[in-house]
Write a protein that binds this ligand. Structure first.
Ligand SMILES: C[S@@+](CC[C@H](N)C(=O)[O-])C[C@H]1O[C@@H](n2cnc3c(N)ncnc32)[C@H](O)[C@@H]1O
Length: 307
């Protein structure tokens, strides 16, 4: 079943398995970075434990991975073992959706996947194992980034330790200022030109309007107004628009997919640029936000399919 200009409520793994072969021109997506356990069917007990912990939170997605260094806990063998198990589960889950995504992409289709600097490698290897090949790892440079690790001096001051001053400036993390966008592509049909003629995708528009060659660092995209939509991992609309314009030649045949739509930034960007899109989101509350955003901008004939 092909879904044009629709939002689908459900698990992307089951929905993608029903979509036709070679039907998607590009995928621009932002899956959970292994911070968010909402919607992950493979660890219900853990999801429920974490949901209970955050039930009074204002945001729906707010969670902490074992490996982030933020979750606290004594770093004993058990801690590292749970962290390792969690990483392996995350990798397996990425492999599951990557394989399904590979089948439905057209040859030459670009797939751009946001991820944290900690977990991008997991996503990249999963996509490669599915059959995609890596073109680049783009940098999305953000403005802010607050170090959330341990300030050793402050910690020692709290317990009146005599060495507190000595450890001034020592911390456990860096200021996190960028996210990675793993860029892979489904293999071409012999070469770029043949692929482009047959599938309508394969090349990137890397010469900017001012004549400059697009760098693989994307910066200067920050839109405070987007924050009004209650999704804590929303991406700047202009950044997503730039990615679509760069990666996908415009054509009525080309559908842009986001299987982890969140508040729907990829779908809104595609709609505003006049591209066809398909969005999948597992949380009904986010689907409501997507509908609001899409209807906000256009008189859409959008349908909601519940799978
Ligand atoms: C990082 S957010 C995407 C945010 C989006 N880029 C935006 O600008 O709003 C990832 C989304 O994937 C959804 N999700 C997680 N697992 C899913 C699954 N198996 N199928 C579909 N959606 C899923 C989550 O509910 C979450 O909203």
């Amino acid at each position: 079943m092909i879904y044009i200009d629709q939002i689908l409520l459900g698990n992307c793994t089951s929905i993608m398995s029903e979509m036709p072969h070679d039907s998607i021109a590009a995928c621009i997506t932002d899956p959970p970075y292994n911070y968010e356990f909402i919607g992950r069917k493979w660890d219900d007990k853990e999801i429920n434990r974490r949901l209970e912990r955050i039930k009074d939170s204002k945001t729906l997605v707010k969670n902490i991975p074992y490996g982030s260094g933020l979750a606290g806990g004594v770093r004993n063998d058990r801690w590292y073992e749970r962290n390792r198990e969690n990483t392996l589960e995350y990798i397996n889950w990425c492999k599951e959706w990557s394989k399904l995504l590979f089948r439905i992409c057209k040859q030459g289709a670009p797939v751009a996947v946001f991820n944290s600097t900690r977990t991008a490698a997991h996503v990249q290897v999963a996509l490669e194992e599915a059959g995609f090949y890596t073109r680049d790892v783009l940098v999305y440079r953000r403005h802010s980034g607050i170090p959330k690790g341990l300030n050793l001096k402050r910690k020692l001051e709290k317990i009146n330790h005599p060495d507190a001053k000595k450890w001034d400036g020592w911390h456990t993390c860096f200021r996190n200022e960028w996210e990675s966008i793993v860029l892979v592509q489904k293999p071409l049909i012999n070469n770029y030109w043949e692929t482009l003629q047959k599938t309508g995708v394969g090349v990137f528009k890397t010469i900017n309007k001012d004549g400059s060659f697009q760098s693989n660092i994307f910066e200067g995209y920050y839109d405070k107004s987007e924050k009004k939509f209650a999704h804590c991992t929303i991406k700047p609309l202009e950044l997503i628009k730039k990615l679509i314009l760069t990666l996908v030649p415009k054509s009525m045949e080309n559908i842009v997919l986001d299987p982890f739509a969140g508040s729907g930034t990829t779908l809104v960007a595609a709609q505003q640029l006049g591209y066809h899109f398909t969005g999948i989101e597992i949380e009904i509350e986010y689907v409501k936000i997507i509908k609001e955003r899409l209807f906000d901008n256009f008189q859409s004939t959008l349908e909601l399919k519940i799978t």
